[in-house]
Write a protein that binds this ligand. Structure first.
Ligand SMILES: N[C@@H](CCC(=O)N[C@@H](CS)C(=O)NCC(=O)O)C(=O)O
Length: 231
């Protein structure tokens, strides 16, 4: 069946928000099922059958399951080529999209996780937990400066057009306001501008609104400050 029936398993304001935004942007029809990680829904046996790693997002595709944000984002974008959510295969821009997504997943996300859930890396030893969290806090400042430098002066991560990379980055912009972060983060004007531009999109607001109807989460006021594009 094309397009296949799609079910997104997500948790509010988790990295699954990127996939939620991508589905909404794609115009494809889909079901969204909340698996609230704060309530431990992801550790229940019925979810572990869907994704044995116990994490969100997972995407039900007919009777198959796709996991991992990068794979899901790419797949959604490819299912809806008319939405132009990722550059065409074989282009340098496509390679750049994967470069971004892989860096986000393997480096930026991992740094946030080390702050929010240091036990994943440190075990239960309080000293090790403090070490992991302290190191990650310092590292996060550097990572956000790296986002600034990677973004350059373009409107979106891949240039002048919105893509799944921006949906993915949007999540980590929201997370940069999390109260568990123990240091003052550097100014991040390019990241802020990208997030504010992303927030002007109807599909982005619709995905966020659906999640906030399940569990209301705060949004930074900076999202409403869209800078004028430089000519
Ligand atoms: N590499 C995975 C990571 C997924 C992941 O870590 N998801 C988090 C939410 S952002 C999760 O489900 N955590 C489960 C937990 O905290 O117990 C991806 O990129 O999709």
């Amino acid at each position: 069946m094309f397009p296949p029936s799609l079910t997104l398993y997500y948790s509010p304001k988790a990295c699954s928000l990127a996939s939620h935004i991508a589905l909404q942007e794609s115009g494809l029809s889909y079901n969204a099922v909340c698996v609230d990680i704060r309530k431990g829904d992801n550790t229940k046996s019925d979810y572990l059958i869907i994704n044995p790693s116990g994490s969100v997002p997972a995407l039900g595709v007919g009777d198959a399951i796709v996991t991992e944000s990068q794979a899901i984002l790419t797949y959604i974008a490819d299912l809806s080529p008319e939405s132009e959510l990722i550059p065409c295969p074989g282009t340098r821009a496509r390679a750049r999209a994967h470069e971004w997504m892989n860096w986000i997943s393997s480096t930026l996300h991992v740094t946030y996780r080390s702050i929010f859930k240091p036990q994943v890396y440190a075990g239960e030893d309080p000293h090790a937990i403090a070490e992991v969290r302290g190191h990650a806090n310092k590292k996060l400042g550097k990572m956000l400066l790296e986002v600034e430098s990677r973004l350059g002066h373009s409107l979106y991560a891949l240039g002048s057009r919105f893509s799944v990379v921006d949906a993915y980055l949007f999540v980590f912009y929201l997370w940069s306001f999390d109260e568990r972060i123990g240091i003052d983060l550097p100014l991040r004007p390019r990241f802020e501008a990208l997030a504010a531009r992303t927030w002007t999109r109807t599909a982005v607001r619709a995905a966020v609104a659906r999640e906030r109807a399940v569990r209301a989460y705060e949004l930074p006021t900076s999202l409403d400050r869209v800078p004028e594009a430089k000519t």
